[in-house]
Design a protein around this ligand. Structure first.
Ligand SMILES: NC(=O)C1=CN([C@@H]2O[C@H](COP(=O)(O)OP(=O)(O)OC[C@H]3O[C@@H](n4cnc5c(N)ncnc54)[C@H](OP(=O)(O)O)[C@@H]3O)[C@@H](O)[C@H]2O)C=CC1
Ligand SMILES: O=C(CO)[C@H](O)[C@H](O)COP(=O)(O)O
Ligand SMILES: [Zn+2]
Length: 341
């Protein structure tokens, strides 16, 4: 069967490719319906990656956050029409210690293989997870991003000491919003403080115990642990500020992606005995745990509606380009493409 794949050929230029899709008795076929744009997609679209990386990876279909409907399932796992979230991580081996998203052999849609901007997505059944009935489909479209925070918080619970009275989250964007929201839900006894740069954005964090502009942090501020959700060129500034305000023996969870190495104050990391760990992407168990959290705490989904940005009907390359350009100029929120519906 012929599949239509919308690939980024070079920065700011999509093209249509037709690829043969072999139907077999192992793999499910899903028609994507809502696709959400991530920062990582924007780095490819805007050509913000190194030239040699772009040369190596493009042409490639973007998008690794999305949902769809099952249209074919020879394994009998799903009924036809079932709404599912698509998992972009594609492991080829299993390891008792290393999670699927850290195995160097794993592929990842829209990074080392085509992403979800396709007419059909094909994978083995465990790469799809059934969505709860009635969930807002636009919020469901960015489940992948939320699962990254869920994954990082669960690792944090493994790595950090148990005095978690105050947790700071640096970054007043989408990932900062999601991470602090989940922290508030998963650690209700902790105070969650957000540190950002824009008053307007910080005012959206209504569930937080405090919000601070990074240029006006009270001198006596102290936090037990912190999450960095900034990335890019500002990651280094954020991490060093965390190092300044964190208590000794605290844990710093790094989530922001930076193209260039970020210099950090290692002397103070040593003196304070800090633990720093990074997290990237997520695996099936994170999706399952998160969707269970959504079912138990439906108010989390309501809060996630606050970061719904533009919803753009997309039928062709021109519409896709328009969605990516709109996403660049947004102040906050997730841009979601309504696709194939
Ligand atoms: N580890 C993973 O698996 C994942 C990582 N990411 C990465 O996380 C990062 C954040 O993503 P996302 O939230 O979508 O991006 P956003 O751009 O929405 O968020 C970053 C926010 O941090 C703010 N900021 C800038 N400088 C500082 C500072 N010094 N202190 C505190 N906040 C600051 C930015 O403000 P302003 O816009 O005004 O500069 C912006 O609001 C990106 O690098 C992204 O690629 C995303 C998904 C998964
Ligand atoms: O967004 C992400 C996960 O949701 C990661 O940032 C993304 O996977 C990084 O990929 P790449 O190396 O292609 O930038
Ligand atoms: Zn992403």
């Amino acid at each position: 069967m012929l599949n239509t794949v919308y690939q980024l050929k070079r920065p700011r230029q999509f093209e249509v490719a037709f690829k043969e899709m072999e139907i077999d008795d192992r793999q499910v076929i899903v028609r994507p319906t809502r696709l959400s744009i991530c920062h990582a997609d924007q780095r490819y679209y805007q050509g913000a990656r190194a030239e040699e990386i772009l040369r190596q990876k493009l042409p490639m279909a973007l998008i690794h956050e999305g949902i769809g409907k099952v249209i074919y399932d020879p394994t009998g796992t799903f009924e036809i029409g079932t709404e599912v979230v698509m998992i972009p991580n594609r492991p080829v081996e299993k390891d008792d210690i290393i999670a699927e998203n850290y195995l160097r052999s794993s592929k990842f849609c829209a990074s080392s293989m085509d992403g979800f901007l396709q007419e059909y997505v094909q994978a083995v059944p465990d790469r799809f997870v059934r969505l709860p009935q009635g969930i807002n489909p636009t919020v469901a479209a960015y489940t992948e991003l939320v699962s990254v925070s869920f994954h990082a918080i669960n690792r944090f619970l493994r790595f950090s000491h148990e005095r978690r009275d105050v947790i700071g989250v640096w970054g007043d964007g989408n990932l900062g919003y999601i991470t602090s929201l989940l922290l508030k839900k998963m650690l209700p006894d902790s105070k969650i403080y957000i540190f950002g740069v824009t008053e307007n954005k910080l005012s959206d964090f209504t569930f937080a115990d405090g919000t601070y502009c990074v240029n006006e942090i009270p001198a006596d501020m102290q936090i037990d642990h912190a999450f960095e959700c900034v990335g890019g060129g500002a990651a280094s500034k954020a991490i060093n500020q965390i190092i300044d305000y964190i208590h000794p023996e605290g844990t710093i969870s790094i989530l922001g992606v930076s193209e260039d190495p970020a210099p950090i104050n290692t002397r103070m990391v040593l003196e304070k005995g800090l633990r720093i760990f990074g997290s990237s992407r997520s695996g099936r168990s994170d999706y399952e745990g998160l969707l269970q959290l959504y079912e138990e705490h439906p108010e989390v989904v309501s809060y996630l509606e606050n970061i719904m940005g533009a919803e753009v009907e997309v039928r062709d390359v021109k519409d896709i380009t328009r969605a990516f350009e709109m996403d660049i100029h947004k102040l906050m929120g997730k841009t979601v493409m309504i696709w194939n519906e």
